[in-house]
Design a protein around this ligand. Structure first.
Ligand code: BG6
Length: 476
């Protein structure tokens, strides 16, 4: 039994959300349409056809939500800005009204001593840019995204100290261009790798602009990383696990930190004719924009085994955190997913694995040697609102307690962890799963097709986290 190091005094005990999932007010105050506003209208794409038109109405109730955070003692709140509120058509006029909403939110947070963590992009590119030039598939997006980021950098410099560039590039690219499960609803590997390269350039470009403007703060991407395990010690299964790390993790994080694509993936893509087109200056741009920290969104680990050359090939490949199907999937000759017999699963069949979080932190630390901000971690579950307004989510407390403990163990191992943001603060729209898959400390009373009064209720986990914050993690 080992004594664990204490959490640092300035540790950011936080929680997170994203614009489309909480704000609502989809057409208010001059907001333009985003690709998500459009995508949810396609029949069959989301659970019961749910949209974020109203979401949990955070746009109108942000004061109430921030008051709940303040009462809980929250140290940091991560939220995203909707690009289409700031520049409704993506590249034209700036919408002052949209900025005013974030002015008010940020000021409200600061007034209560809560550190704002601002995500520039959580999947909602303006629809106008999708229509005009195919969004992430055109190099024009690099300039437009940088202009949008520039507006926010200048406006919130000295107020916002922590900035997240892209949220889960791996997820929005793979679900958007391989599985047609996100906008722009495409299944095309070639286009996927090309859009991904352009997103890398856009990410680097905003980080570079951040440096040019000498913004007083830190910036990094948030990456959805679930460490891979080999099914067993068979050498070919071990190799498959190495492959999965390369294809599903290094493929992105190496570019962020080293400005290089990992060789093993690059050569595979070249052989398949799928490698993205690199233009002059691209690699120099990528190399010039090392982040200050790595944002980690951790939900679960992946387990893989050898996949023969004529083996499973499927668009449903594991995307580190988005399994949701027990069907094996993978890349022939590279890896295929397997069930991990040692872990339990959530209501949505995601593996519950706190040790995996410690491993994730350790791997990122040893490969990239950067501070890490846990920008998301949480449990999506069905919750029950009792007659007396309580919600007994002991399963969520259990999940979070074990994960916080794993963070403390990683800190004891020597990893520099800046903070821990749970997903999510209030309940919110779970993109494809409606409102029944709940993640929050604060229950929001609404159903898919019935908004009710959107009343807020504190769950048991709310009080548990309050205590954790008060004792700086001494009482879990
Ligand atoms: C992350 C996203 O992928 O996982 C969040 O950044 C998302 O926006 C969260 O809500 C949980 O995923 P899901 O599919 O359960 O909502």
């Amino acid at each position: 039994h080992q004594t664990l190091d204490a959490f640092p005094d300035n540790f950011l005990w936080g929680s997170a959300s994203a614009a489309y999932q909480v704000e609502g007010a989809a057409k208010e105050d001059g907001k333009g349409e985003s690709v998500w506003d459009r995508f949810v209208q396609i029949p069959g794409k989301t659970y019961k056809g749910t949209t974020g038109d109203v979401a949990v109405d955070h746009y109108h109730r942000y004061k109430e939500d921030v008051a709940l955070m303040a009462e809980q003692g929250l140290k940091a709140y991560r939220f995203s800005v909707a690009w289409s509120r700031i520049i409704p058509d993506g590249d034209g006029e700036v919408n002052e009204k949209g900025l005013e909403f974030y002015d008010k939110l940020i000021d409200e947070l600061l007034a209560h001593g809560i550190e704002p963590v601002l995500t520039l992009y959580h999947w909602d590119i303006p629809q106008a840019l999708q229509d005009k030039y195919g969004g992430w598939e055109s190099r024009q997006v690099i300039e437009d995204f940088t202009r949008y980021a520039d507006i926010l950098f200048q406006r919130y410099n000295n107020k916002v100290k922590y900035w997240v560039s892209l949220n889960e590039q791996n997820i929005f690219i793979m679900l958007g261009y391989r599985m047609a499960a996100h906008p722009p609803n495409v299944v095309d590997e070639k286009r996927m790798y090309q859009a991904n390269h352009i997103a890398n350039l856009a990410n680097a470009s905003v980080i570079r602009r951040f440096r040019e403007l000498d913004i007083n703060g830190q910036i990094g991407p948030s990456f959805a990383y679930g460490p891979t395990y080999a099914l067993d010690s068979h050498p070919l299964n071990q190799l498959a696990a190495e492959n999965n790390e390369a294809f599903n993790a290094h493929w992105w994080m190496d570019v962020y930190v080293f400005g290089e694509y990992p060789k093993v993936v690059w050569k595979y893509l070249e052989r398949k004719g799928l490698a993205p087109a690199i233009e002059e200056g691209d690699m120099a741009l990528l190399k010039s924009a090392k982040p200050d920290f790595m944002g980690l969104n951790y939900y679960q680990t992946a387990t893989v085994e050898h996949n023969p050359i004529d083996g499973v090939s499927s668009g449903k490949m594991n995307t580190s955190g988005k399994k949701g199907s027990s069907e094996a999937s993978g890349l022939p000759g590279v890896f295929k997913t397997a069930d991990n017999p040692y872990v339990e699963q959530t209501d949505w069949d995601w593996d519950i694995d706190p040790v995996g979080l410690r491993i994730a932190l350790r791997r990122i630390d040893s490969r990239y040697n950067l501070p890490i901000m846990i920008t998301e971690n949480g449990l999506g579950a069905y919750d029950k609102l009792e007659e007396d307004g309580s919600i007994h989510d002991d399963y969520r407390i259990d999940f979070l307690r074990k994960h916080v403990k794993a963070v403390q163990e990683a800190i004891t191992d020597g990893v520099n962890v800046l903070g821990y943001c749970t997903w999510s603060y209030t309940d919110l729209l779970s993109w494809l799963n409606g409102y029944q898959k709940r993640y929050g400390f604060v229950y929001v009373d609404r159903e898919e097709l019935d908004e009710k009064e959107l009343k807020r209720y504190k769950k048991d986990s709310y009080f548990w986290y309050k205590k954790v914050i008060e004792t700086n993690g001494k009482e879990l």
